[in-house]
Design a protein around this ligand. Structure first.
Ligand SMILES: *Cc1c(COP(=O)(O)O)cnc(C)c1O
Length: 375
């Protein structure tokens, strides 16, 4: 049953034309997107420059490009260049943040019952005590109930995963930010699935994310953005060698994948040129269409609300079907790339594994139909 046509077909064409042709059907941007030729070339060119002039000379030459990158990445999350640090991944961003914040052991942190499993492990490893944010039956945060929670026994901070790894539900991050600000409780947002996918300029105090997912940058790069009020509370184990540097630079590892950071800056530039609002609208429409096309096929059932404004669709298997084996069959027999997401991704919310489908803007109805037929 054909729904409304997908918006911004020109975006699909230009996104596809900017990249190497795909082998098969890539419906897995929540895991890792396809980089553009320009991003691949910029990353390779920086590595080549390192070989020609020396790694530190090349890094200094890329300094203003990297600073522009901090500025535009800051813009995407409502912060300034001086608030942004390049790190290695979203996981390392949270690790670095918690290590430098040094909150007293036993401090509570309010997060979703469906919080990303590895984040829970990092919070506990830092001696913190995760407590649940109130949510509705779909796992969406109940903003009124959060307001009451913060008025009662406020946690050291609220940690909100804006869009989950295990489910395409978009959390009302801007409303949560407003109640956190009113209560004087810092809000930390995991934007690993949100940056480049939904609006991340929500007024959070800390936002961290990764390069390779919706921004389609290189692997091995992440970002951590911290407002000055929280940055002042941080005690990085290493301080910047150059005291004139913005303090956030002390959170960047001295050794890093500089070529990858350069590639990410190019990828962010391409995202801005494409029009973040157009990207968001097309990704939301693709999610809506995918849920319509896929629900019930072969007995697989969509988890998300049909109109959830994200590209991510997850499917519960029919009885007796192994999700990891189904994913391998889709890949091997049909060339369709998806993710099998086990319950460890969100141990407090998932009851079993799901198949995750996450098209980027170049996906076509034909590809979604092919997946439906293969299921
Ligand atoms: C992928 C993901 C992470 C971890 O990102 P890395 O860059 O792999 O460390 C964290 N949170 C969510 C919601 C994710 O989807």
């Amino acid at each position: 049953m054909p729904g409304p046509p997908l918006p911004f077909e020109d975006l699909a064409d230009s996104w596809a034309a900017a990249r190497p042709p795909q082998a098969g059907d890539h419906l897995d941007s929540a895991a890792c997107s396809r980089q553009s030729e320009r991003v691949l070339e910029a990353t390779a060119a920086h590595a080549r420059h390192e070989a020609e002039v020396g790694g530190y000379v090349a890094q200094a030459a890329a300094g203003s490009l990297l600073q522009q990158g901090r500025s535009v990445i800051g813009g995407l999350v409502g912060m300034a260049a001086a608030d942004v640090a390049f790190v290695e991944s979203a996981t390392s961003a949270l690790t670095v943040l918690l290590a430098a914040w040094r909150l007293p052991a036993g401090s509570t942190v309010a997060c979703l019952p469906g919080e990303y499993g590895p984040n829970l492990m990092l919070l506990r490893a830092a001696g913190l005590d995760p407590v649940s944010l109130p949510v509705d039956g779909a796992g969406r945060v109940d903003v009124g109930a959060v307001e009451r929670l913060l008025a009662g026994r406020p946690p050291a901070f609220v940690h909100l995963t804006h869009v989950g790894s295990h489910r395409g539900t978009v959390q009302p991050a801007a409303q949560v930010a407003a109640v956190c600000r009113a209560a004087g409780v810092p809000l930390v947002v995991d934007a690993a699935q949100a940056l480049g996918h939904v609006d991340t300029d929500v007024g959070a105090d800390v936002v961290y994310s990764t390069s390779r997912k919706w921004l389609a940058g290189p692997r091995g790069v992440g970002v951590l953005a911290v407002r000055p009020a929280v940055a002042q509370q941080l005690n990085p184990p290493l301080t910047a060698w150059d005291k004139a540097e913005p303090p956030m630079l002390a959170l960047e590892s001295h050794e890093g994948h500089v070529a990858g950071r350069v590639g990410l800056v190019l990828a962010v530039g391409e995202h801005l040129a494409a029009g973040p609002d157009r990207v968001r609208a097309r990704l939301a429409a693709l999610g809506r269409t995918a849920r319509e096309v896929l629900d019930g096929r072969g007995g697989w059932r969509v988890v998300e609300a049909p109109d959830e404004p994200s590209s991510i669709t997850t499917l519960r298997p029919p009885d007796g079907v192994d999700v990891a084996a189904a994913r391998l069959r889709l890949l091997g027999d049909h060339g369709i790339v998806t993710t099998a997401a086990g319950a460890e991704r969100a141990p407090g919310e998932m009851t079993g594994p799901v198949l995750r489908v996450s098209p980027h803007v170049d996906a076509t109805l034909d590809q979604l139909d092919a997946l439906a037929a293969a299921l």
